[in-house]
Design a protein around this ligand. Structure first.
Ligand code: ZN
Length: 380
């Protein structure tokens, strides 16, 4: 990863580059600051620059043998430590290396990954990861080898606050008597949870929240053509680029759910059975979690439209597009069918959850909606 791939933070980048050019790279540095500011990508780009065989004034070359390995995060002198969940594997306790290929893939997709997203990648949604004593012995073992080819061996520890007491004490020993030509780059979002004795042995570098123009450039590169949504997201993200990406992704998904829901309702109203069958084939491919989200979205739309029908606009939460559609759709959602429709969507969610056959569940839901949408509104 090169500095050019890290959004904003120009001052920090210049400071890091200068330290390499002036040949005064401190052996232990701590990149700290809130989530989503680019601490981890900065640490990686910095390490790559340090080890580049032909560094330029602003960035590593990106082409030398060292950079090529760094681009894949697979340089023999680059070591990662990050929080993991304890799974038994091969009889030993879990260490970062067990997850190293998932880690490389996750960072290739999004180097601004959050702690929770990382736990999801590991398949440990509801567990807390930590950095254990086993990890420290592993680090000690690796760093005791001579560096293979680079001028520096680099250890990047992501979320150093996740070290337990034993791991922290082992790291402290390493920082006190650092192996030759080794640089420790610690990354932390909660320095208050790190031993003061460790903090005092590192050079601390604050990575501030990201400025709006940098977030905007990053988002429009990742989500081309989504200017309008990006502006809304930038306002809500408070300089947290990881959050901005998450908001864009959920926004894009919600847009898609809206379009599919409108399509489904139109087809049901028009009794377009052939089209409905094709639609269920396509949507069934989304997989269980995504289908549940779509159906939950459908539920919300039905409830909102019933509220609109009851002239309770102040109780609805609709985007401009949703409202435009709902003005026309809400007359069809009334007390004569709303409860049954909600029940049908709820049941579909339940069946999807129980691993039912998605195509049949969706087809069944659509057919019941054909009948329900045709019901006339009761007259008082
Ligand atoms: Zn290079």
């Amino acid at each position: 990863m090169q500095f050019s791939e890290v959004h904003g933070q120009e001052q920090v980048k210049q400071r890091l580059i200068r330290s390499v050019r002036d040949n005064r790279v401190s052996h232990a540095q701590l990149f700290f600051g809130p989530e989503g500011t680019g601490k981890l990508p900065l640490a990686i780009a910095y390490a790559q620059y340090m080890c580049c065989e032909d560094p330029g004034a602003d960035d590593s070359c990106g082409r030398c043998p060292s950079c090529i390995k760094y681009n894949k995060l697979a340089h023999p002198d680059l070591h990662f430590v990050f929080p993991v969940v304890n799974i038994k594997q091969g009889g030993s306790n879990t260490v970062s290396d067990h997850f190293i290929s998932s880690w490389r893939e996750a960072l290739a997709d999004n180097p601004y990954i959050t702690e929770n997203q990382w736990y999801m990648v590991m398949g440990a949604e509801n567990k807390q990861g930590f950095i254990s004593r086993n990890e420290s012995s592993e680090v000690l073992r690796k760093l005791s080898f001579k560096s293979y080819e680079a001028p520096y061996k680099v250890l990047i520890m992501w979320l150093a606050e996740k070290m337990n007491a034993q791991a922290a004490n082992a790291l402290l020993k390493l920082l006190e008597e650092p192996p030759d030509k080794t640089v420790f780059l610690l990354v932390s979002e909660h320095t208050d949870l790190i031993l003061p004795t460790i903090l005092s042995r590192t050079q601390m570098i604050l990575i501030p929240p990201l400025d709006e123009p940098s977030i905007r450039r990053g988002l429009l590169k990742r989500f081309p053509g989504q200017e309008e949504m990006a502006e809304d997201v930038i306002r809500r993200s408070n300089g947290n680029y990881s959050l901005a990406i998450q908001l864009m992704e959920s926004g894009e998904m919600e847009q898609e759910h809206f379009e599919e829901f409108v399509l489904l309702m139109r087809m049901c109203y028009g009794r377009e059975i052939v089209e409905i069958r094709q639609w269920t084939e396509r949507i069934a491919g989304w997989g269980r979690e995504r289908l549940k989200m779509f159906l939950a979205y459908g539920l919300r739309m039905i409830r909102e439209n019933f509220m609109l029908n009851l002239q309770q606009k102040e109780l609805t939460y609709l985007s401009a597009r949703e409202e435009e559609f709902s003005v026309r759709f809400s007359p069809f959602i009334h007390r004569g069918n709303v409860f049954k429709m909600v029940e049908e969507f709820d049941r579909a969610i339940e069946h999807i959850e129980a691993n039912g056959y998605a195509k049949l569940i969706l087809l069944d839901l659509a057919i019941r909606n054909i009948l329900l949408l045709k019901q006339p509104a009761p007259v008082d």
